[in-house]
Design a protein around this ligand. Structure first.
Ligand code: GLA
Length: 356
């Protein structure tokens, strides 16, 4: 298929808003489908080493599934604050803000009406060696109790080199906090084919942030050395997931922020490389963000059927959510997530797909 971008109707929300689906084709075997609802990456079709295509992200077949059932945040843009804020509370310039508690006592992923539920304005972009989709959403001052009007754009670009690049940009008219990510779950053997434990993972992170029982970072970043969190050289995702390690027991698997070893903070740095032995598919992730949440789909419990009609169970996908660290607004020792008027939030993550 030639490099192209196409638009189609993907249904209508209860309030009458229509949702579109855009198909981006790289011209070199990869097709990515994106919804204006939640900016959701619905499918990513890539060839294996024999040229056989599969959809390698978890998702749903229809709009209503995303509206009713997307508690796992399949493929969605997550904001204003990806990951957790302890007790849903933070103080900025002396003022305390209270967010909805939607994860025990915590605020998770921007609250119940977060960016994953918004219909984004879309503009297709065509360039010499890429196709893209620029999504825009302006979050009003006070939405989900966050201060400031946050003008946000998220640009997806699919290159002829089969890289999906995500550029995040935001500005505000009052001091606020921001942490944006995409919550795609991958299974490089194809969604719905079973667990990802045979995938081999390398993570460019010599430290991670251990958590308390509520999955809030509990202290200083800790060394991964000698623990099941050491993926500095390639290892099976499932190799040590059943180790009797207190952090794995808390999260029922991996659900942790890793501190990326960044030689130049703010510049695009390699984060992760994942290979799937049977199909030969390879995923390489790089980002400008300081952290990445490695999550092994621990809460998938067999109660959801995915895009291809098969049921998802625990471990059937993994997410690599590039981000600032969880609970940063309450942690002056972590890289800051504060955004002030006149500044701009800019962040880039690249997912590169190949097979060998
Ligand atoms: C993130 C969180 C997980 C879970 C998923 C969504 O990965 O860290 O604990 O909330 O999102 O199910």
């Amino acid at each position: 298929m030639k490099r192209a971008i196409a638009q189609e109707d993907f249904g209508t929300l209860e309030d009458g808003t229509t949702v579109d689906r855009y198909s981006l084709t790289s011209g070199n075997g990869v097709r990515v489908r994106i919804l204006t609802y939640g900016g959701i990456v619905q499918t990513v079709e890539t060839p294996d080493r024999h040229g056989r295509d599969a959809d390698i992200v978890l998702g749903f077949p229809a709009l209503q599934d995303y509206v009713d059932l997307n508690e796992p945040y399949f493929g969605a843009i997550v904001g204003r604050y990806a990951n957790r804020i302890a007790k849903g509370e933070f103080t900025l310039d002396g003022e305390t803000y209270r967010l909805a508690a939607n994860n025990g006592e915590n605020s998770l992923h921007g609250g119940p009406g977060g960016f994953h539920t918004k219909v984004w304005e879309a503009r297709p972009i065509e360039a010499d060696d890429s196709v893209g989709l620029r999504l825009a959403y302006t979050s009003p001052d006070g939405e989900e109790n966050f201060p400031g009007t946050l003008a946000t754009t998220v640009t997806y670009t699919l290159t002829s080199g089969n890289e999906l690049r995500i550029d995040y940009h935001a500005t505000t008219d009052r001091p606020t906090i921001v942490n944006l990510t995409n919550h795609a779950y991958f299974n490089l053997a194809g969604e719905g084919t079973g667990d990802v434990y045979d995938h081999r993972l390398t993570l460019n992170a010599s430290r991670y942030t251990p958590v308390d029982a509520a999955l809030i970072p509990s202290g200083e970043p800790a060394s991964v050395e000698g623990t099941p969190f050491d993926f500095t050289s390639p290892d099976g995702i499932g190799e040590r997931i059943r180790a009797n390690h207190p952090q794995l027991l808390i999260a029922q698997g991996y659900d942790h922020n890793f501190v990326i070893d960044q030689p130049h903070p703010g510049l695009l740095t390699e984060v992760a490389r994942v290979t799937e032995p049977r199909t030969g598919r390879v995923l390489e992730v790089s980002t400008t963000e300081p952290g990445v949440q490695f999550y092994t789909g621990n809460f998938l419990d067999g109660s959801l059927a995915g895009t291809g009609g098969r049921v998802y169970r625990q471990g059937d996908g993994f997410a690599l959510e590039t981000q600032h660290f969880p609970d940063s607004p309450n942690r002056p020792d972590f890289p800051s997530t504060v955004l002030r008027p006149g500044e701009s939030f800019d962040s880039t993550t690249v997912y590169a797909f190949s097979a060998r």
